[in-house]
Design a binder for this molecule. Structure first.
Ligand SMILES: Nc1ncnc2c1ncn2[C@@H]1O[C@H](COP(=O)(O)OP(=O)(O)OP(=O)(O)O)[C@@H](O)[C@H]1O
Length: 356
């Protein structure tokens, strides 16, 4: 059931339009991640939904009710911020019950709700602690409890994990995801971390310059990017241009049963590229010859930079190849994300299988 519906939303600051033609339907109990590079409009979209940025045109509905022109305080939407935004002079319980107090919920009922939430976010026994005495992960759980206390129609989270160190971040993201599944709240989360979006969200919306470039499940976004921008942003950041009329020297595109007649842009992940000694045999897929320029140890594998003609491509390998080796870099057909060079669309012959 659609809970939050955004239709043809255009919003921005003054005369400046930041969001263009945003269409997004969020199901009840669903978590959608807004993913995209800095400045693409993620926070502006959250703020427009909350009523902090005015709508220039379009509609926002929650449970069938138009909220497009309601002031922020009349929208039942709460936000969790990157900086927690807790009241430093208040205890944990006072912070969590803040929204309940504003809404004049009777004290006994508010206390009951605070105790319930302390249990939900695993902070039993902390109600009288000052929030300034808590760790970053604990503070973010207080912020989450405060946002959930008023039972919002929609919970929005703006980079909620950015201030946490890498290890805590991993555990808190799983806690938030588990809570969302358990309590079934409808939410939008902003992140610029691809992995975080894939792990936490039911669906991911990739934004580019104020537009939703692709909306889909984590698997669809990762395995079947629909545009060069999404492919590149989701880690397939090696790009080779194939001109059908004048194939570049040192490049073989061998795709059995798939005639290539147009110019293509071929994107692939470094992890999908394999290095081999030079040979005249060409497996199916894309093969380039090059010279190994650099290698970097990443822990599980080495990342090699290979100069292929005018460009440098990256390929991962468990073994460290010697610098200045002449190599062949090979990408199997299923790992290629293929786009028409002119239209940026995936030619129909390449649309079948999910890619890795
Ligand atoms: N208060 C404001 N007044 C005018 N322009 C603004 C304002 N806030 C943001 N912008 C502009 O809107 C655009 C989108 O900004 P926004 O903060 O929504 O991006 P973002 O995707 O959340 O970026 P980041 O990941 O860096 O937080 C940017 O060009 C930014 O300069």
């Amino acid at each position: 059931m659609t809970h939050l519906e955004i239709t043809q939303l255009q919003a921005g600051y003054g005369d400046k339009t930041i969001l263009h033609s945003i269409d997004l339907q969020v199901q009840k109990g669903e978590m959608i991640a807004l993913l995209g590079p800095s400045g693409c409009g993620k926070t502006t979209l959250l703020n427009a939904i909350c009523g902090f940025v005015p709508t220039q045109s379009g509609e926002v509905h929650i449970a069938g009710q138009a909220i497009t022109h309601l002031p922020a305080e009349r929208r039942n939407i709460t936000m969790v911020f990157q900086s927690y935004a807790l009241w430093p002079h208040m205890s944990v319980a006072q912070n969590i019950s803040y929204g309940l107090k504003v809404r004049k919920v009777p004290k006994a009922q508010a206390r009951q709700r605070v105790l319930e939430l302390l249990g939900i976010v695993n902070l039993e026994g902390y109600e009288n602690d000052k929030v300034t005495n808590l760790s970053g992960g604990q503070r973010q759980r207080v912020a989450l409890a405060r946002a959930l206390a008023v039972e919002p129609d929609v919970l929005v989270l703006d980079e909620p994990l950015s201030n946490l160190d890498a290890k805590v971040r991993l555990s808190v993201r799983h806690e938030i995801k588990a809570l969302q599944k358990k309590l079934g709240f409808t939410s939008l989360i902003v992140t610029h971390d691809q992995e975080e979006a894939l792990v936490m969200a039911d669906r991911v919306a990739v934004l580019n310059q104020g537009r939703i470039e692709q909306l889909g499940t984590p698997e669809q976004i990762y395995q079947q990017p629909q545009t060069p921008f999404v492919a590149d942003f989701m880690g397939a950041d090696n790009c080779v241009v194939y001109q059908a009329s004048i194939p570049p020297p040192g490049l073989q595109l061998n795709l059995p049963n798939t005639p290539v007649t147009q110019d293509l842009a071929l994107y692939f992940r470094s992890s999908a590229a394999k290095l081999h000694p030079l040979s005249d045999e060409h497996e199916a897929g894309l093969t380039l010859t090059g010279v190994l320029e650099q290698s970097a140890f990443l822990g599980q594998q080495y990342r090699h930079s290979v100069r292929c003609g005018e460009q440098t491509l990256q390929a991962d390998s468990r073994h460290c190849w010697p610098i200045e080796s002449n190599v062949s870099l090979h990408v199997p057909p299923h790992a290629l994300h293929v786009f028409d060079l002119a239209t940026h669309e995936t030619p129909s012959a390449f649309q079948s299988n999910p890619r890795g």
